[in-house]
Design a protein around this ligand. Structure first.
Ligand SMILES: NC(=O)c1ccc[n+]([C@@H]2O[C@H](COP(=O)([O-])OP(=O)(O)OC[C@H]3O[C@@H](n4cnc5c(N)ncnc54)[C@H](OP(=O)(O)O)[C@@H]3O)[C@@H](O)[C@H]2O)c1
Length: 302
């Protein structure tokens, strides 16, 4: 008998799918709401999860603030148990072109940060305490980790709203990605502060799954790099903080459900380890700037 729902964005594949799988397999109480941009891919994932009656698929395109609003409006009418977890997992990397969201914002910032910001704002009141919000970031947000990715560049959020003139090159695209992952942390900590560090029964944690070679995240890379990502990189799993999606999905599910983590809030986990995130991620002025700009953009779409 299910008695609690976890909403997982981007649950049709990769990390989100594996997190859904672990939740469903580890506790018969969980129902999973797969919040996906393509319902057909969501239905296919639900079939592969193979827990009839314990999954629901709902359309959510994080690249459209209207779609996020529609999802939030439909949520109370869905026939699912009370929502005790929201996993902001979906993400992408854009390394070429000048893709923008339906609202005209640079795609990486729009999907990885802004869509999730809107989602949390608009679904917070439907969460049933105790509830956990888990935001998937990445170790690449932290230059001190030497991940090989360009360091994030955040001065003010307004500078991130559009693609650079002439579009993104590989390096600048990857920088926009690491910057969006820094935004995930600035947002998580600010949200936690605004929720009184768990005082309202809602905790917020952020997560680095580690490098997951072979996942779909490199789908926008040039063909040779894509091939290496798919075929060669999996051999790197012997290195520290390199995981299969399955392993990272289980680690993410622990942040959602492990009773030992009840009440833990405002913290960042690398896999199962609680660690400090980058120096910039604790910058209160940057967090406030990001919040204000995000609120302005989201409130422009009613
Ligand atoms: N892979 C890594 O090595 C790695 C490392 C650190 C952190 N992460 C983070 O882990 C998370 C999951 O990544 P992954 O590796 O599992 O990538 P993935 O296999 O590419 O999965 C990404 C998911 O996000 C969804 N998505 C993309 N754009 C969306 C939109 N506009 N609206 C709704 N959903 C959208 C995708 O949907 P479609 O299938 O429909 O495109 C897919 O379900 C991301 O936040 C990523 O930044 C990944």
């Amino acid at each position: 008998m299910t008695d609690k729902t976890a909403i997982i964005t981007g649950a049709n594949t990769g990390l989100g799918f594996e997190c859904a799988r672990t939740l469903l397999e580890s506790d018969p109480g969980w129902h999973v709401l797969l919040a996906v941009r393509d319902p057909a891919r969501g239905d296919d994932a639900a079939a592969r999860l193979d827990h009839p009656g314990r999954t629901t698929v709902a359309e959510l395109d994080l690249a459209s603030l209207r779609s996020v609003r529609d999802f939030a409006d439909r949520l109370p009418g869905l026939d699912v148990p009370p929502v005790h977890a929201l996993v902001c997992n979906a993400g992408l990397q854009v390394v070429a072109g000048a893709a923008t969201t339906a609202d005209g914002y640079e795609m990486t910032f729009g999907v990885n940060h802004l869509g999730h910001f809107a989602l949390v704002q608009q679904t917070l009141h439907t969460l049933a305490a105790p509830a956990r919000i888990v935001v998937v970031s990445s170790g690449t947000h932290d230059p001190a980790k030497f991940t090989g990715m360009p360091a994030p560049r955040y001065t003010q959020a307004d500078e991130l709203l559009r693609p650079p003139p002439g579009g993104l090159t590989g390096g600048e695209g990857r920088r926009r990605y690491t910057t969006s992952k820094l935004c995930n942390l600035l947002f998580s900590y600010e949200l936690d502060r605004r929720l009184g560090h768990g005082a309202r029964g809602v905790t917020v944690t952020a997560f680095d799954p580690g490098l997951m070679p072979g996942s779909g995240l490199a789908r926008d890379y040039p063909p040779v790099q894509r091939l290496a990502w798919r075929l060669l990189m999996p051999a790197l799993r012997i290195l520290p903080n390199v995981n299969s999606s399955r392993r990272s999905g289980a680690n993410l599910a622990a942040l959602v459900a492990d009773p030992a983590l009840e009440g833990i809030t405002g913290e960042y986990f690398e896999g199962t380890r609680r660690i400090r995130s980058s120096r910039d991620s604790y910058d209160l002025a940057k967090a406030a700037d990001l919040w204000q700009v995000s609120e302005r953009l989201v409130s422009a779409v009613r």
